[in-house]
Design a protein around this ligand. Structure first.
Ligand code: PLP
Length: 390
């Protein structure tokens, strides 16, 4: 059998994003034991780097050995017990997943269905909280990857806090691309993934818990139903002072990569990174609008790192994306769920987020896009703009 040699790709979809050669080189270094004192030192370093990236002093901040879906699951199953009530906002695919997990954890979910392509509706959440005063938590997605909408995490966390509720924030697509201010928001559980704006390979999920969240986990009436996701057991591994007890075998080399990617992020500086994402997004918007594309999300709520545009009339989704991949080596994403076949999702995340990449994509689209589509784009978008995906 020959070794698998991946083709060269420019990853401009919803993740994974391109990974810097330095990160890949770090991952290729020799594996050491996961309880080796040198490795436990690296674990401490990564925890500190994640605190800086999340802008928090939360002691319990670590990368979960799993994709971000499991961090979502960990956040919910840690705080919720059977019979608890939870308010979950949904303005896209991922909010729906949070609600599903909360229900599976035995909670009674008050779902706040918001229009897809718009941020979480603050008034609707306020009303839901008023109607469910005994709810234990509010969960929402900060950066909804399925639509490209940016929600006001500060306001939502404040609403939860004022109602005496905990907050869970999914910022899988947010961290490293836009401000994620866990300390300032006083959010309780916040998680992300490595494959988006952190530009490390997929498979790890940074997560952080406030003291209130940790205390909630420690004083549960029932044990957390998932052994692997039981925070109390996990802490013996990630938070064991001096000695660490075996919980699972951490993905040693993946953590070398994460350390390198965080070093790059913090070296550039968070503010500079956020500005780079914004500048590339603005240039992409200009180039795409010139070609006749219309954005799904209103300007003020757009995520710079995840751009969604309506597909022009007469343009088939999959074949055109396939041409971009085959002829230009560029991957972009299609729509999810009810938006499948109707939108494109264009990622400008982390390493990928460079003006030259924006130009490469826009030039490639201009080559492929039939003239007929350009002329009819606006008309088709005016007809299709109403999103009814709730
Ligand atoms: N939450 C959001 C907002 C996401 O965009 C994703 C992945 O795209 C996830 C959760 C799940 O992440 P993963 O695919 O790493 O499990």
């Amino acid at each position: 059998m020959n070794a698998f040699m991946p083709p060269t790709r420019l990853l401009m979809g919803p993740g994974p994003s391109n990974v810097a050669p330095e990160v890949l080189a770090a991952q290729a270094r020799s594996t050491i034991g996961h309880l080796d004192p040198d490795f436990t030192q690296l674990m401490e370093l990564i925890k500190e780097q994640l605190r800086l990236a999340f802008r928090t002093v939360n002691r319990i901040t670590f990368p979960l050995s799993a994709p971000a879906s499991l961090a979502m699951e960990m956040a919910l199953v840690t705080l919720l017990e059977p019979g608890d009530k939870a308010v979950v906002a949904q303005n896209g695919v991922f909010g729906g997943r949070m609600a599903d997990i909360a229900r599976r954890a035995g909670a009674e979910v008050r779902l706040v269905s918001c229009e897809w392509g718009r941020p979480v509706d603050l008034d609707a959440v306020r009303a839901a909280i008023r109607e469910s005063p005994e709810a234990k938590l509010l969960a929402f997605v900060h950066a909804e990857t399925s639509t490209g909408a940016w929600s006001d995490a500060a306001a939502l966390c404040e609403m939860a806090r004022e109602a005496g509720m905990l907050s869970i924030v999914d910022t899988v697509t947010g961290l490293g691309g836009i401000p994620v201010l866990v300390g300032e928001w006083q959010a309780d559980v916040v998680y992300s993934g490595t494959q988006k704006c952190l530009s490390a390979p997929p498979g790890l999920a940074p997560i952080t818990f406030s003291e209130r969240a940790v205390a909630t986990a420690k004083t549960r009436k029932s044990p957390i139903q998932s052994w692997f996701l039981d925070l109390n057991l996990m802490l013996g591994y990630w938070d064991g002072e001096g000695g660490r007890s075996y919980h699972h075998t951490a993905p040693v080399n993946a953590l070398y990569g994460l350390h390198e990617s965080l070093t790059r992020l913090l070296g550039e500086g968070l503010e500079t990174t956020w500005a780079r994402h914004l500048a590339a997004h603005e240039w992409l918007a200009e180039r795409l609008q010139e070609l006749g594309f219309v954005f799904v999300v209103e300007k003020e709520f757009r995520l710079p790192q995840l751009n969604t545009v309506w597909l022009p009339e007469h343009m088939e989704d999959a074949p055109v994306r396939r041409r971009l991949l085959d002829e230009f080596g560029i991957e972009i994403g299609g729509g999810l769920g009810p938006l499948a076949g109707r939108i494109w999702r264009i990622g400008l995340m982390g390493e990928t987020c460079r003006i030259e990449n924006v130009n490469r994509l826009a030039d490639a689209i201009a080559t492929i896009l039939p003239q007929r589509s350009r002329a009819t784009t606006l008309r088709c978008n005016q007809i299709e703009r109403t999103l009814n995906c709730g």
